[in-house]
Design a protein around this ligand. Sequence first.
Ligand SMILES: [Zn+2]
Length: 321
Amino acid sequence: MTRRACSALLSATALAATISCGGSSATAPTSATTTPTNSGGIIVWPQPAIPPGLSSSLTTMLQGLTVYFAQALTSLQTDLPRNPQLASQFQAKIVILQNEQLAVDIVNAHRWFEGQATSTNARVVPIIVVFPVEGMRVEAADAVHALEPTMPLLERFYNLPLPVSVVRVWYGFVLGNSSGGGTIYSEDRSGYELRTTSTRLPYDAILTHELGHTYMGHESLNQFLELYTYNAVRGASTDVRSWSYTRSWSPGAPSNTGVSALLDICQLIGFDAMQTAYRAIYPLHPAYGAVLSPNVIDAFVASVPLAQQPAVRAKLDSVGF
Ligand SMILES: [Zn+2]
């Protein structure tokens, strides 16, 4: 499974890729380390008994709790030295994960929430969130409610049913956000908003962004869907000029790159033509961490009216990662 790091943090993954989901980045590494609480340096979480009668998708997530804990703990301990300005936040997450009763506590306290969205092909897609501490319960449910209306918007845009059968959200175990294969690894809203400024990417936009990666790897192309779905859920039309949140887009500026260049294109050709172009390039799977390839640019340009092709190509050449 490809996992995309979409965080303002410096992570082991993000070091080799674009860090592009808003906020400030980290500074130089330090020698900070963490030590597991138990002897031997390895946390062993008892595997909890999973109650009968739960949905199969939730049961699968709960059966994977301890595997995910190990991944999350390793990720936090690896990324902490690269983000010394966030040391206390990292340590707080590490302490949560170092609780050897965490899996048992999650199961006993039913720390999950299940929602769903109905696909354009009529199947019901479960959207399940699991969270580590009781104080996240309301926010975790809110995350599901933010994702529910996003899924059909993405499906209609691409004219394709969501390419996974379930959306899983591991909520609040880590700092930063990443996703892959319909699984979202998200920071909790409160923690994110406490450590960022008012110019931050809206939290719900992070969630829609990560779900958007289910279709689109390329970061800037996916950011356009993030902005569309975020604004559409809030009642905006498909006219990009009406969108209240645009990642600081200056319409038409010659210096525009990334998603700003894509917004320029949408303003030029219209939303329906933008949608048609995305459907044309989708089978080419524009990759995360790579500039737009010539064949992607050619396929996009070929789908727009001849008179607009030179301007669209010039903007696409500026999109980058
Ligand atoms: Zn991303």
